[in-house]
Design a protein around this ligand. Structure first.
Ligand code: NAP
Length: 267
């Protein structure tokens, strides 16, 4: 592939790789020649993805919030792939949307543990090998909630701000060793996570579309494309960046709807 996005001979570990943005990212790297280690919580679903991809790829299931499991899954990926050149952190969970006074500390802790501590643990586990090999690339997932606040979604907002801060701190520490660390900050992307929120009435698709200058939700592939770029040599001078992929959502501050959306016809 002559477009700078050829990942042949590259080992890529993707967490949250069995669903949504992570799944699409796994396919995108595999299609460009990478050998991919797929991490997700459910070993069955993780194995299923790898069976669909073919035997160049590796299943590395595990819970990213648990230090022992992260050590084990990174070892599985390292052994199976021979090397980890790229880490993409897509594992994550949404928030409850309940009023703050009704939220429990267990609820807060779980989201911080998965979204923020999980990202920290996987970055920490892969970096020494990347440095020893002369470099590597890490792409984390923050969110529009990592750059602005979503009321009632305290733990999610704090975890995604944390991922943005962690990305910048690690980028500064590891730049001299050739390890670039960046993050994408998606807006509302059409995945099983958002579909569940829409179906539960927690997120209103029409309001999102009206609030988004481009007038639509994003597709997982539009996030994966930015991840490919950030992981590739095309981004050789990019580190510590947290880049929105949100249809203009965060750039828009006017007090009116950003886009004219026709209500879907009913009946
Ligand atoms: P998704 O379809 O639910 O995929 C997330 C995957 O991560 C699921 O397979 C999930 O497994 C897995 N996972 C959850 N906890 C894990 C753990 N402790 N260890 C390993 N894997 C775990 O969600 P998505 O929409 O693609 O979101 C992916 C990432 O993008 C998340 O970090 C999310 O916060 C972020 N993001 C999404 C949007 C959006 O609009 N979709 C916007 C901004 C940011 P289970 O299904 O078993 O829980």
């Amino acid at each position: 592939m002559a477009d700078g996005l050829d990942f042949s001979g590259t080992g890529v570990l993707v967490t949250g790789g069995a669903s949504g943005i992570g799944r699409t990212t796994v396919d995108a790297f595999a299609a460009r020649g990478a050998a991919v280690a797929v991490c997700d919580l459910d070993p069955e679903r993780t194995g299923e993805v790898v069976r669909e991809l073919g035997n160049r790829h590796v299943a590395a299931p595990g819970d990213v919030s648990q230090p022992d499991e992260v050590a084990a899954l990174v070892e599985t990926a390292r052994t199976g792939l021979g090397r980890i050149d790229v880490l993409v952190n897509c594992a994550g969970v949404s928030d409850s949307f309940s009023p703050t006074a009704e939220q429990t500390i267990e609820h807060w802790q779980r989201i911080i543990d998965i979204n923020l501590t999980g990202t920290y643990l996987t970055c920490r586990a892969v970096a020494p090998d990347m440095m020893a090999a002369g470099g590597g690339a890490i792409v984390n997932i923050s969110s529009i909630a990592g750059l602005a606040g979503l009321p009632r979604r305290n733990a999610y907002t704090a975890s995604k701000h944390g991922v943005a801060g962690l990305t910048r701190a690690l980028a500064g520490e590891w730049a001299q060793q050739g390890v670039r660390v960046n993050a994408v900050a998606p807006g509302y992307i059409r995945t099983p996570m958002t579909q569940t929120l829409i179906e539960a009435g927690k997120v209103d698709e029409m309001r999102i579309r009206r609030r988004t200058p481009m007038g639509r939700m994003g597709e997982p592939g539009e996030v994966a494309d930015l991840m490919l770029y950030l992981a590739s040599p095309l981004a050789s001078y990019v580190t510590g960046a947290v880049i929105p992929v949100d249809g203009g959502y965060l750039a828009y501050a006017a007090a009116t709807d950003a886009a004219d959306i026709e209500e879907p016809r009913t009946g």
